[in-house]
Design a protein around this ligand. Structure first.
Ligand SMILES: [Fe+2]
Length: 392
């Protein structure tokens, strides 16, 4: 299958990978033959790219760290939990002072809406399943969720959880810790339910007042999570600290980091979990379409993250992250920049685990975008060849 822009997809093409609604239901299942109605509806929902079935690339398996089934049911549980919590707050509470908001979420009534919520119970089971699938699968990160405007919050939360657990697994943390990190990441942006949706999803630049409201979500999320004993003591700190920066310039508390992997809690310092979640959050946000910009090309995402090293993102965690994250994930469309195949287009069909920047690519289009007999090139062998990612 190949990843295509929704603008170039045509009626008659077959969906290569399922797309989910906000509530976890299938929007377009694998194998569905697209018609104009479906294409329009996908555009309206803000899906900008979609995997399309393609004969020449049929054998390429685009790895997903977590199965569609577990992903779908986790989205449903998140939606159920967030919906119930949101249902128990009224509109005025979203415009209230920070103190009043924190008071409301720590109230007995709110805590029991949360802790006893059946969706929350199921969510905890799903974290177990996510960890199990990640432990039994690939060591490299492969995120292929199709995010629409509607399902962004939930898909993003799952992807942040996946990346964070993969980093923690590579560090060698025990399963209990992986589960703790998983639940913390699934709930990391939960505080946003106290912020008016039109500000959270605003396509234009935020005013200083709106930005100040957004900056409340870590504290509110922390207060919410720490009231529920089964979440544990450390996981709520993921909600609190995922926007903190190593140099102390982040929010909400301006905690600092020491760029190392310290597992102990120290006053006014970013905890290991917070540092891991910050890396995962930035990676997934930059790689996804947002209301105010399109997803950035994968090589650009990596460059930006390297620029954030030490000041914003924890150096030691980033080193681990880059050792398991391919610059060009399998399925990325790439253009050859030099040599005899200059300007040919192809798809990343396999990774070289010893060099995640130099994958194996399969050329399928010539420079005028006509199909050719597929040619596989191993970039680790053909060291001279340069590529860039491309959207077709
Ligand atoms: Fe956040």
């Amino acid at each position: 299958m190949i990843n295509m822009s929704i603008d170039t997809v045509e009626a008659g093409m077959r969906v290569g990978k399922a797309i989910y609604e906000e509530d976890g239901r299938l929007l377009a299942g694998k194998g569905l033959i697209l018609n104009d109605y479906y294409i329009e509806s996908l555009k309206k929902r803000g899906a900008s790219q979609i995997y399309i079935h393609d004969e020449d690339t049929d054998d390429i398996v685009i790895p997903d760290n977590v199965s569609d089934m577990v992903r779908g049911s986790t989205i449903r549980d998140l939606k159920g939990l967030f919906g119930d919590l949101e249902g128990s707050i009224n509109k005025e509470m979203k415009d209230t002072s920070m103190e009043a908001a924190l008071g409301a979420v720590s109230s007995k009534q709110f805590v029991s809406t949360f802790g006893k919520n059946p969706a929350f119970q199921k969510l905890q089971d799903n974290v177990g399943k996510i960890v199990e699938e990640l432990m039994g699968g690939d060591v490299t990160i492969g995120l292929n969720s199709i995010k629409t405007y509607d399902n962004y919050t939930f898909q993003h939360s799952i992807d942040v959880a996946i990346v964070s657990i993969m980093i923690a697994r590579k560090i060698g943390l025990p399963t209990k810790r992986l589960r703790e990190i998983g639940i913390g990441c699934l709930l990391h942006d939960m505080g946003k339910i106290f912020i008016p949706a039109d500000i959270v999803n605003k396509p234009d630049k935020l005013t200083p007042k709106e930005y100040n409201l957004i900056k409340r979500h870590p504290e509110i999320g922390y207060e919410l999570a720490k009231g529920v004993p089964s979440i544990g003591i450390l996981a709520p700190h993921i909600a609190l600290q995922h926007h903190e920066k190593q140099d102390g310039s982040g929010y909400p508390r301006g905690f600092k980091g020491n760029n190392r992997m310290n597992i102990s809690m120290e006053p006014r310092m970013i905890h290991l979990y917070g540092s891991i979640a910050a890396v995962a959050d930035i990676y997934d946000a930059l790689s996804s379409d947002r209301p105010y910009r399109k997803a950035l090309p994968p090589e650009k995402v990596i460059t930006i993250m390297k620029d954030m090293n030490e000041t914003h993102l924890n150096r030691s965690i980033q080193r681990i992250f880059f050792s398991i994250t391919p610059v060009y994930p399998i399925g990325t469309i790439v253009r050859v920049l030099n040599g005899q195949h200059k300007n040919h287009l192809g798809i990343v069909c396999a990774l070289n685990e010893s060099d995640l920047e130099r994958p194996i690519i399969r050329l399928i289009f010539n420079p005028v975008k006509k199909r050719i007999n597929p040619i596989d090139i191993n970039l680790q062998v053909d060291e001279e060849i340069k590529i860039e990612s491309k959207i077709i």
